[in-house]
Design a binder for this molecule. Structure first.
Ligand code: WTA
Length: 546
């Protein structure tokens, strides 16, 4: 293990020197004790231009009310409480309330459909879910299949609002231990349903250290992390670390639109901006003229995460933001914090993800777990443990164990390391799709497609796309007698949007007669992809048909 002194760091950053740690004490309550309650924690702006501001004191009091409400409904340490909310104050307040109550907070994108919700709420055995009237309908559609779900808190319901308001504004965070679980996120792999990646309170020290060291976050910053808390970036770098460091965060409640985003950077005097390559490429596609209409003089530091950051996007940012450019950062839901990055002081090698952080032992290894020479492709692996690594995969020890080979944690990414120690991303070792930065499992999409009448089977791949990194493409086999048509494609797309998620539908559908399969009947997505890209389909000796 890397001998970085996390015990000392804990004293410096977390302000505790024993094992009792509820991170909400560090990220919220401490600011109040220090007399900084008046400081702004969040500024929200919605698409209809409504602005809401929350000070640290507001967040402190409201998260206490939330925790009191949860206690009233008998939420105990370790219970799972989920948030199915758009990026509105209630999401942030109740996320903290759940942690204060000692429970495990789970987040879900508001784009999720009923099936995606059912999988997550059922697997986690969630007791309570916070949502809005509008979104609640999707949960109600599957409620009968969720025996452990006891209450649905509807945050825009009159009764709920009254009950919340009547809760006391004082609460002492439940004294969790540092190894107790704080939050969980469902994330996709190649096979099966999404898995619940679980993080402990103890992760905070490394998360704060990376926010300082990689994102250059400092007190007094106006910070904008564009990620939704349904994604790990939105939790770690959108809630936990900016609060811990006492900065003010901006949150845009609405949809992505380049002109609007520029105007936010200008209006809110954003100094640190953390976003994703797809957003950068969408801005790029709108042209330079739009950028010139805005004032970016307060912008100090730009960073990006989630998918490969192409050299053109970096060069473009250098050109339009007066020499400032997006710094690539690499990490995963499972790693809990940034692992490899272009840090502020690291000379840029354009197209590289940068170097492992000083406390990270990263290596490129072969399939047997042995390091390979520089400039050789292999598996990107990291030597555990580290404070922010996932603690378990919810009720799936087998999946958890599958991440480890010899002494290594295997990321599932293929990469190279050059002779200077810079890491270069190559691709996924499996079939996981990254579309607009979102991680989508082909199996989930295939399952949603085959639920549709008239579909026998489906094979789903990620197809390279200039803006979105990848788009989802589905190959669909129809039942005899069902006629392929453009109209049917649209219906299938709507079906997936509705059942799975607004962002996880196939933008391209192709009807085919049969899917390439192994002798054991597994769909060979690799073959579908090679064919799609006009590449050599490689060794097909194990195939039944193709
Ligand atoms: C991909 C994101 C290239 C990678 C915080 C990884 C990246 C997966 C980068 C994790 C990057 C993330 N360059 N690819 N800088 N950052 N990825 O769990 O394939 O949603 O394994 O977490 O995103 O996705 P996740």
């Amino acid at each position: 293990m890397n001998n970085y002194n996390w015990t000392e760091k804990n004293k410096e950053l977390i302000w505790v020197d024993d094992d009792t740690l509820n991170i909400t004490s560090t990220i919220i309550d401490r600011h109040i004790e220090n007399g900084d309650g008046k400081k702004l924690a969040y500024i929200f702006e919605s698409d209809d231009k409504e602005v809401i501001q929350l000070t640290y004191k507001d967040l402190f009091e409201k998260s206490n009310q939330s925790a009191n409400l949860l206690k009233k409904y008998v939420v105990n340490k370790g219970d799972r409480v989920f948030l199915f909310l758009p990026r509105i104050p209630d999401l942030y307040i109740n996320f903290l309330g759940v942690l204060k109550a000692g429970a495990i907070a789970g987040t879900m994108f508001s784009a999720f459909g009923a099936d995606a919700l059912k999988d997550r709420l059922s697997n986690s055995g969630a007791k309570i879910v916070f949502t809005t009237k509008e979104l609640s309908e999707r949960i109600l559609a599957v409620k009968s299949e969720l025996p452990e779900l006891q209450h649905i808190f509807i945050i825009d319901d009159e009764e709920y609002i009254k009950e919340f308001a009547s809760q006391k504004k004082e609460f002492s965070p439940v004294p969790t231990r540092s190894e107790d679980y704080a939050f969980m996120l469902y994330t996709s792999g190649t096979t099966g349903k999404p898995k619940g990646i679980v993080h402990a309170h103890a992760a905070l020290v490394q998360q704060i250290e990376t926010a300082k060291y990689v994102l250059d976050l400092k007190e007094g910053d106006m910070y904008w992390c564009t990620a939704d808390p349904g994604w790990v970036t939105g939790i770690v770098y959108g809630i936990l670390t900016p609060l811990a460091l006492g900065v003010t965060s901006f949150v845009h409640t609405g949809r992505f639109e380049p002109d609007l985003w520029y105007s936010f950077v200008e209006k809110y005097k954003i100094s640190v901006w953390y976003t994703a390559p797809t957003a950068i490429r969408m801005m790029m596609a709108k042209g330079d003229e739009l950028v010139k209409k805005h004032d970016f003089s307060k912008l100090r530091y730009l960073a990006s995460v989630g998918e490969p950051l192409n050299p053109e996007a970096i060069e473009w940012s250098q050109k339009v933001f007066e020499g400032k450019y997006f710094h690539d950062t690499w990490w995963q839901t499972e790693t809990g914090s940034i692992m490899i990055a272009n840090t502020p002081d690291l000379p840029l090698k354009i197209g590289s993800m940068g170097k492992p952080l000083p406390w990270v032992d990263a290596e490129i290894i072969d399939d047997e777990g042995n390091p390979v020479p520089p400039d050789t492709e292999g598996n990107l692996a990291i030597l555990p443990p580290w404070p922010s690594i996932m603690r378990t995969v919810w009720q799936n020890q087998e999946k958890y164990s599958s991440y480890f080979l010899k002494n290594w944690y295997i990321s599932g990414d293929r990469a190279k390391k050059d002779t200077d120690g810079y890491f270069w991303f190559i691709g996924r070792a499996d079939d996981v799709i990254k579309t607009s930065g979102e991680r989508v499992g082909p199996f989930e999409v295939e399952s949603a497609l085959v639920e549709y009448e008239g579909v026998i089977e489906a094979g789903v791949i990620g197809k390279p796309d200039e803006i979105r990194g990848e788009i989802i493409k589905a190959f669909v086999v129809l039942k005899p007698g069902v006629t392929p048509s453009e109209e049917l494609k649209t219906k299938l797309q709507e079906h997936v949007k509705h059942h799975l998620a607004g962002h996880a539908y196939p933008r391209e559908i192709e009807f085919i007669d049969k899917l390439p399969k192994t002798r054991s009947g597994k769909i060979m997505r690799r073959i579908l992809k090679a064919k799609e890209l006009g590449q050599d389909i490689g060794d097909t000796s194990t195939l039944e048909e193709y």
